[in-house]
Design a protein around this ligand. Structure first.
Ligand code: K7E
Ligand code: RUQ
Ligand code: CUA
Length: 655
């Protein structure tokens, strides 16, 4: 270890950790530092992230859970994981996918009749009012099975899943427009928008990309599919998107790669996709006026309806000056609009630059018709030189951007470099690089504190790294991902903390000030969280009973420390059984869980919640049911029996 550790002045440590220390503490601190090999820098980092018991975080991060199809929630700067949210995938603790009401939400995500039980979540977005996070709703996309889910930040529960009826994969969403009027969802891999077979040889004629503009009602927090539409794009492969704001309000920006419209085919002796897709020096940034297109889409003359969704064809968008292309360096990935909407920053995986476009210049170019031609689909291509503000030489593999607090005067922006494994701080007004921070390793997205809103908070950047390699204890060939917290308050960035993410690849995360979130701690008694209304099975103390309607037995039950009422339920083999259960607790965090052994049902009953569990009593026998949360000293006594009797069998009494 270095000599700095050994000979660290005690006064310096005191100053560092911000306490005046008595000498006994000093020797203790020195001892710990020595034992654990900690440097002065480490102590400072610890002091910046350590949160004493009962402490709170300044920011809350909502991270994609990648292939888990879930989301995770953690605090900053402590980097403590607070919650997993079941979204596209069953999550047993929350009963997500194991009780009737959550099964219904998961079933909304069926694609052409098939229940899909996994998701590849990429991009979460928080609802906005005037371009600022309002802390009400959270949405996330599933790339593999193009769907958008809506999560209610009143209880952090998924309330809606909407399937894109046209795309076969999506990537460049979900992104809210500045007043949460719409959610943008861009296609990724071009495919026929209908559900029919079309050969690869007809790629240019029948394969398409696009952006679905989902109408969102911020009052009720639901996507309204009937009021949504899709803008047809050529069969370039669309990538990330961002919504314009302030100066560029009403417009959307979506990157694409494969402007070659390459279709591959090694079996035909053609180069593989990755070679064929990146032959051109430039790809296209799609610039479209969603506001105007939303108006146009109201007239049936302007749309074709495919799989029940209105689609604005390319020629209609072009004719109405609502769709343009701008060349961008090849293989672009992230596109991020500055807080005032005046600049659009594009990063290309195969280019060492970030390209800054000026919205002013784009508008002028459109007005003066500074086009270099049209693409094969008739979309005007804006002259790149006329639209560009500057280019910054950043390094290898720039992917994504986030804005800092001093964006306005100093153009403060942070960009991830995938190949170089760095975060670069630079100035998007001058295109000058200011600082670099190595990360471990191969960063994808980075997450600023409200760093993509009109009001970036600065403070921290989180590097969302793809590889952890040697950062943690060995746990076999599959490593966790590594989220690294970086302090950006000083002139130089300082790496503070490594957090392993063992859930899936969290492509993107969004952070909000914790003070903006006001979640409930209990439901109004007997609530169905998915309707917000009293549950059909709501049962209060004294109302417990069992009802039979034909072959269906309904149990109206309650749970409260430390009793399940009723305690015995007798049914016949082959009956359908529905347990309605209400948690009568008012005390914070007095959650009960409920299962019937061997029947694959489970529910989480937070205070005030009513759940429904329906299953077929298809096996004879005696099945204990019990509370699955250790809720009191008499928790193990919180149980009962389901007795399933075969009515056609003659039982001999044992007595
Ligand atoms: Cu860069 Cu899907 Cu946003 Cu992964 S994407 S990193
Ligand atoms: S026990 S009901 Cu092993 Cu303490 Cu958990
Ligand atoms: Cu209720 Cu254990």
């Amino acid at each position: 270890m270095n000599s700095m550790v050994k000979r660290l002045s005690l006064a310096a440590i005191g100053a560092l950790v911000g306490v005046s220390m008595v000498s006994a503490d000093n020797s203790e601190l020195e001892k710990v530092m020595k034992e654990r090999g900690l440097t002065q820098q480490d102590l400072l980092a610890a002091a910046k992230t350590y949160t004493p018991s009962g402490g709170r975080d300044k920011y809350i991060v909502f991270s994609s859970g990648g292939q888990s199809g879930q989301m995770l929630v953690y605090g900053v700067p402590s980097m403590r994981i607070l919650k997993y949210i079941g979204v596209f995938t069953p999550e047993p603790w929350q009963g997500w996918g194991y009780d009737d009401d959550t099964k219904k939400i998961l079933a909304e995500g069926k694609i052409r009749g098939k229940q899909i039980t996994w998701g590849d979540t990429h991009h979460p977005a928080l609802s906005e009012t005037n371009g600022r996070y309002d802390g009400k709703w959270l949405v996330i996309n599933d790339k593999a099975n193009p769907r958008i889910a809506v999560i209610d930040l009143n209880d952090f529960v998924t309330k809606q899943i909407v399937v894109n009826p046209l795309f076969k994969s999506d990537h460049g969403g979900a992104f809210f427009t500045p007043n949460s009027e719409y959610i943008l969802e861009a296609c990724q891999y071009a495919a026929p928008l209908d559900n029919n077979w079309h050969p690869m040889s007809e790629y240019k004629e029948t394969y398409r990309g696009g952006v679905t503009v989902w109408k969102f009602d911020p009052k009720i927090g639901r996507i309204l599919p009937d009021k949504s539409f899709t803008i047809e794009f050529p069969p370039y492969m669309q990538d990330l998107s961002d919504a314009g704001k302030e100066a560029s309000y009403g417009w959307g920006f979506t990157n694409s790669f494969n402007s070659e419209m390459y279709t591959g085919g090694i079996e035909k002796g053609l180069p593989p996709f990755e070679a064929g897709c990146s032959r051109n020096d430039t790809d296209f940034l799609h610039v479209y006026n969603w506001k105007k297109l939303a108006e146009l889409a109201k007239d049936p003359k302007n749309v074709k309806v495919i799989n029940g969704m209105r689609v604005v064809p390319i020629d209609v968008a072009v004719k109405n000056n609502a769709l343009f292309l701008i060349p961008e360096p090849k293989s672009p990935h992230g596109v991020d609009v500055s807080p005032d909407g005046k600049y659009i920053v594009v990063c290309g995986k195969l280019d060492t630059h970030a390209t800054v476009y000026s919205w002013d210049k784009i508008q002028k170019a459109i007005k003066n018709k500074d086009f270099v031609g049209k693409d094969p689909y008739g979309i005007p291509i804006i002259d790149m030189k006329k639209a560009m503000h500057c280019q910054a030489e950043l390094g290898l593999g720039p992917l994504h951007n986030q804005f800092g607090k001093h964006w306005k005067k100093q153009g403060e922006i942070y960009t991830s470099l995938y190949v170089d494994s760095q975060v670069v701080k630079w100035n998007y007004l001058t295109c000058k690089v200011e600082d670099r921070q190595n990360v471990n390793y191969n960063i994808g997205h980075l997450c600023g504190m409200e760093g993509k809103t009109e009001d970036p908070q600065g403070d921290y950047i989180i590097a969302l790294n793809k590889l952890a390699i040697d950062r943690f204890n060995e746990i076999g060939p599959l490593h966790p991902q590594n989220h690294q917290l970086i302090d950006i308050r000083g002139k130089k960035m300082q790496l503070l903390y490594d957090m392993p993410i063992p859930l899936g690849e969290p492509h993107q995360a969004v952070a909000i000030r914790a003070s903006k979130l006001k979640p409930e701690v209990r439901y109004k008694m007997g609530t169905n969280p998915f309707t917000g209304k009293p549950h059909r099975g709501k049962t209060l103390a004294g109302q417990e009973h069992i009802e039979r309607k034909g072959n269906h037995v309904y149990v109206y039950g309650t749970m409260v420390r430390s009793h399940i009422n009723p305690e015995h339920v007798n049914v016949n083999l082959g009956d359908t059984v529905t347990f309605y259960l209400t948690n009568l607790e008012r005390a914070e965090d007095e959650t009960h869980g409920f299962t019937v052994d061997q029947y694959n049902v489970h529910a989480s009953l937070e205070p005030g919640k009513t759940v429904a569990l329906t299953f077929k009593a298809d096996r004879e026998g005696v099945f204990p049911y019990y509370c699955t949360e250790f809720c009191s000293a008499l928790h193990l006594e919180m149980m009962g029996y389901l007795l399933v009797k075969d009515p056609n069998k003659h039982y001999v009494s044992a007595k």
